[in-house]
Design a protein around this ligand. Sequence first.
Ligand code: HEC
Length: 462
Amino acid sequence: MPRLALVFFVVLLSASIVEAQERASASPPVLDFGYYRARIEPMFLVKRPGNVACVECHEQGQGGLKFQPLKDGGWTEDASRLNFTLVSAFVVPGNPKSSRLLQHPLASQDGGDRFHGGGKQWAAGDPEYLTLASWVRGETLPSSNKVVRVIQTNSAGDNVHIIDPATNKVVGIIQDIRIAHGVAAAPDGSRLYVTDEALHTLDVVDARSLSVVARLPLTGQPNNVAITQDGRKVYVGIRGEPGGLNVIDTASLKNVMTIPIGGGIHNVYVTPDGKFVVAGSLTHNLISVADVATDTWVRTIKMTAGVRPMAFEMKPNGSTNRIFVQLTGYHGVVAVDFATGTELKRYDFPAIAGVEANWDGLQGAPAHGLGITPDGKQLWSTSKVYGYAFVYSLPEMKELARVPVGQHPEWLTFSPDGGLVYVAAAGDNMTFVVDTRSFKEIARIPVGQVPKRNLTATLQMP
Ligand code: HEC
């Protein structure tokens, strides 16, 4: 082999080894919006000696790269998100050398592309190039920027609304999740996991960019979803028979197994002590309990009707005391002893004087929303029949209040301090906000079509 060709061959070979190593590192990383906005995007505004800034040419658009228009010399967060999506198309996550964004302006002698209409802007050892490469490899900012959000899914829409409980305004919308069912949040706030009833997938959402970064196929139509406290496993209730729970490994983003319990599953929870996963079946009238450590079935509790939402009362040591359960066709709440599976008592919702009962379109669930305040002192349950929430004291289960919360109220979730409750009013396309001390309505937040399941989560934000 002539010498030049040999050198060329060796260079190619070593490049392909590096690439193979990069490919081998499990699943491709997720490009981080916070890192992009803080460290990458500002590079497009900087003029390098002898060059002109990227934005000079790419604000008008050159090739396929056209930035959003600048405002006051910078980009708004919304514009950044659009830029992020566009720029990401010129990046191969995990592989800087295959990423046109990095290679096009890179000096050719450093392995850059042969030509760039904007000239050569960096060398392979430059801090800018190294920062770009870190971003492509999935680096995130130190996670200090965490914010509390209420996540409202819309069961007849194609989006999910993100509410800031400090202002009770919608601050973000996740697009393109059709017929979202439930949502779970990674404990580190990096991702949301949303069940997608249209595609039969678990949609993985990057919390910073609010974009769907993966859709994982499930074994059937999903209903609700729960996550382990260490964030390593997501359980998805599969509604279509034979049902069971799909177990998603969040590191590899793979659907690794199905726990064959309970038939078609509606709701799924991890108990507050993190030890058990509890699944409710509509068709088999069962509450099934599996051990989170082994993903094996432990026991079942037979109910008289389909199992709807549940809430878990804690003992002082954190283990589960009573489960409160809502059942198909039952207008009230049932208390069940978790350890023995014995039904303890039923709490029928009383008629509300002067309020007309509504039995239309209940979808088998006159009561379909339940929660216990973080301090463990109140149980809230919605009634679709009256458009009210009934509030009980715990542990006594004495009625404390009844509060109007819109038409067809569904799930509810509390602010972390328990001071506010967010109730999805499915018939109003609103999330109602109520003060849990005064029982007064604070706000109504317009959301999407037929909002149902919701969740309070601490998320990473830019
Ligand atoms: C003087 C104008 C100019 C500047 C400054 C400039 N570019 Fe370009 N860029 C172009 C032109 C013209 C093209 C299309 C021809 C080509 O592919 O080289 C292009 C193409 C690209 C492409 C490929 C787009 C495609 O559709 O494949 C990328 C990526 C890119 N530029 C990134 C950058 C980055 C990053 C910077 C700043 C570091 C930058 N450019 C600065 C003019 C410019």
